[in-house]
Write a protein that binds this ligand. Structure first.
Ligand code: SAM
Ligand code: SF4
Length: 491
């Protein structure tokens, strides 16, 4: 799932589908070629940029054609069953390529590594290396062992690794917007979720390395960074300790603690011309301090991805989200009071979690009506082996019911997206141009502060420009604007 992509209007099938990205062709004269196919969330796509950087240092250029590759990596996702099935299908296709080219090395990286290493390496023998998300520094060793015919595996989950010193190689970049990973792992134990098991304990990355990466991107023409973490509001770092659980235990001994509000401010100060976004915010952790910091800087975008998962307090309790409906609505009220009606809010929703009744499903729809989300990423519950829910609760909602409830949630979101977009009509907004629109090279596509796509005519404007526009037309998914001013002064 792509946390950032605007998939507000989608079918039930699309809502469960898997998005993936592949490496582009790069030829800097290196001897070997690497192909990476990455599934899942933006964190995973960012990890592939770290992997590409490590492999580049070790003699690899990237390719977009797996048949040209010496090494193929599948960077995998386990978040829903569909993601795992897709990866398995893809592996069997790569196996065919290996029949014609036996020296080809095939590796499975990321979230599926730990759970499937036995099957993939020893039983089915379909891959050469299996490497978990905290062991990418070991890739060059494992690859050379594999070239000598030895299967390589490292799924060790670290308590400290943040790859802070590795400058990611930007893959699939538009040259304007980039993602910066600020933390790894997750200490929450949402009962439906595999992330704590596949990505380990929560660690925060050195804020000075984050600011240095943001500065470097800005100096190279980028105009927007998105700070990424499973729960960014929980970010907490000190020079003595970057592991959240340990840091909290040592609270008295540590100095110069940097929290998420502090980090946001440090990145916002890089330049008023560098926009700052962040994802994901957790309703239990988002503070008024963070909201006031967002308000204080024009270049921190007024958009919060605040996944609710369910609108019913009993279901939220079963999900172990550690907040209830009232708490969530109170946080939304704080956003509205501090950042105003125009701040974009989006959510993730899970339909048909264990034992969810029809009335409880209605609570999700009614909460959506109250919050009026700009868009949402919507899924039906998919039981994941090893999670708390898989151990404790029966996955007892029939698939047809899950799909019907999801369709109702999607239809509600379509109405709300349109309703929210209509509020933008005739407004003046600042957008950052990301490139041509999907439909025509006569039109450019930008985003406003609230993360909505705005389409404008392409005359006299180019990628990377800031443009002040007036919104002239809106649909459920998109805004259309006329140009008022190109590259205004931003103080
Ligand atoms: N850390 C983020 C948070 O707490 O909101 C979410 C991370 S998760 C990669 C993205 C989304 O996938 C979740 O918010 C949830 O809606 C969905 N998801 C996770 N596990 C799921 C499951 N077992 N079945 C269906 N959807 C799931
Ligand atoms: Fe998963 Fe919950 Fe952590 Fe998000 S906060 S990654 S849903 S355990």
């Amino acid at each position: 799932m792509d946390l950032i992509k605007d998939i507000d209007i989608i079918s039930v099938e699309e809502a469960q589908a898997c998005d993936f990205k592949t490496t582009a062709d790069e030829n800097t004269g290196k001897t070997k070629k690497l192909y990476i196919e990455s599934y899942g969330c933006q964190m995973n796509f960012s990890d592939s940029e770290i992997v590409a950087s490590i492999m580049k240092e070790n003699g690899f250029d990237t390719t977009s054609d797996f048949e040209q590759a010496d090494v193929i990596f599948l960077n995998t996702c386990s978040i829903r069953e569909k993601a795992e099935l897709t990866v398995r299908k893809r592996l069997s296709q790569f196996q065919k390529a290996k029949k014609n080219k036996p020296e080809l090395t095939i590796g499975v990286l990321g979230c599926m590594a730990e759970r499937l290493k036995e099957n993939l390496l020893t039983e089915e023998k379909i891959v050469d290396v299996v490497v978990g998300p905290d062991a990418y520094r070991d890739l060059p060793n494992l690859i050379s062992a594999a070239e000598d015919g030895e299967k390589g595996v490292n799924t060790f989950l670290s308590r400290e690794e943040t790859y802070a010193d590795i400058a990611p190689v930007r893959l699939n970049s538009n040259g304007v917007t980039a993602f910066i990973s600020i933390m790894r792992g997750c200490d929450n134990m949402c009962s439906f979720c595999v992330v704590p098991f596949t990505r380990g304990r929560e660690r925060s990355r050195d804020p000075y390395s984050i600011v240095a990466e943001a500065k470097d991107l800005f100096e190279n023409g980028y105009k927007e960074v998105t700070l990424l973490g499973q729960n960014v509001d929980s970010y907490k770092w000190s020079p003595e300790e970057n592991n959240k659980a340990r840091l909290n235990k040592k609270e008295e001994e540590v100095t110069q603690v940097v929290n998420f509000a502090n980090l946001l401010e440090m990145v916002a100060r890089v330049s008023p011309y560098l926009r700052v976004r962040f994802s994901t915010s957790h309703p239990k952790d988002i503070t008024d301090e963070v909201l006031h910091t967002i308000k204080k800087y024009d270049n921190i975008c007024k958009y919060i991805h605040l996944p609710v998962q369910s609108g019913n307090s009993r279901v939220l309790d079963l999900m172990n989200r550690t907040y209830d409906r009232e708490w969530y609505l109170n946080r939304v009220q704080a956003i509205r009071e501090i950042l105003g009606e125009e701040c974009g809010i989006s959510s993730d929703m899970i339909a048909g979690f264990c034992t969810e009744t029809e009335e409880e499903h209605q609570d999700t729809l009614s909460l959506m009506d109250i919050v009026k989300y700009d868009f949402s990423y919507m899924f039906y519950y998919s039981e994941r082996p090893g999670t708390l829910a898989a151990k404790k609760y029966a996955d007892d909602i029939p698939l047809e019911t899950k799909k019907r409830r999801l369709a109702e949630i999607i239809s509600k979101q379509s109405e709300l997206s349109f309703e929210r977009n209509k509020l933008d009509l005739h407004q003046e907004q600042l957008i950052l141009i990301e490139g041509f629109s999907k439909k025509s090279d006569q039109q450019l596509k930008g985003r406003n502060s609230a993360n909505k796509v705005v389409i404008i005519p392409a005359d006299q404007v180019k990628k990377g420009d800031y443009v002040r526009v007036r919104i002239t037309e809106v649909s459920q998914a998109t805004l259309f604007g006329e140009v008022l001013e190109v590259n205004p002064v931003l103080a």
